[in-house]
Design a binder for this molecule. Sequence first.
Ligand SMILES: C[S@@+](CC[C@H](N)C(=O)[O-])C[C@H]1O[C@@H](n2cnc3c(N)ncnc32)[C@H](O)[C@@H]1O
Length: 275
Amino acid sequence: MSDSKGKQIDFLLSGKEDKFLMDQIQEYKTSELPSQIEKQFVYDVYNKIAPHFSETRYKPWPQVVKFLDSLEDASLVADVGCGNGKYLRCGSEERLIMIGTDIAENLLKICKSKNGEVFTADSLKLPVKENSVDHAISIAVLHHFSNDLQRKRAIKELLRIVRPGGKVLVTVWAYEQDKKFPKQDLFVPWNLQDNFHKKNLDEGIEEDIKIQKPDKDDMVEKYHDEDKHAVVYKRYYHLFVDGELKKLLTDIPNAELIDYFYNKDNWCIIIKKTH
Ligand SMILES: C[S@@+](CC[C@H](N)C(=O)[O-])C[C@H]1O[C@@H](n2cnc3c(N)ncnc32)[C@H](O)[C@@H]1O
């Protein structure tokens, strides 16, 4: 598996990590709203890594631009889980009205510094009236939810806010990649470089991380890796298998499947809100 710059990255899943994760998923499997997993291993991490993450995520993905380019002029489009707002300024915004929303305030600060129209929100509970936008995208967000109830709810929220006839594009990381994964649920590390960590310390965003790399079988939430000159954070991912994303539409009465495809390690779906 490689990141957007083609660097090789490893997933983390020692025996202890796996057990911890499986126990947590089991404990929160009926929780339709964010659980400890999302709070600790997704939201909190994105807030800590925001400037570093943003530096590596600047290239819009052609499939998303193609979708945006297919929408009518002056459409109001919500980017739910917009990250650093790269789709709010990918060229399409000249024809469309783009608004972004994310749970990580530090990523939204970056959007605002580039004049993005954004607000803080949990994509499981969008503070937006129904039928109030024309179309929506949610790129690389749903794989951060730890159970099907949440994943389905995220799709229902997207469909709730778009108008009848509106379209929604959702993409998630695929389990089927060149790299073979041991499981669908795992931690993917983010190596926060020391210079970004130092900046976070100065700004009071992070505390000093004194924990060193643990033994192979131990699990810590984060640690400082001397060799990498970085603080290693864990991000929770649920990798989708073929068909899983499509299956989330089952029993959603106003969802019509328009397209479903695989592109560059991701499963993608385009849904239309019928009524
Ligand atoms: C892999 S990043 C993708 C960001 C952006 N969509 C892109 O394509 O560059 C995942 C994003 O999902 C956001 N996120 C995760 N869970 C969320 C939630 N419950 N509500 C809103 N945003 C969420 C994270 O803060 C992060 O910005």
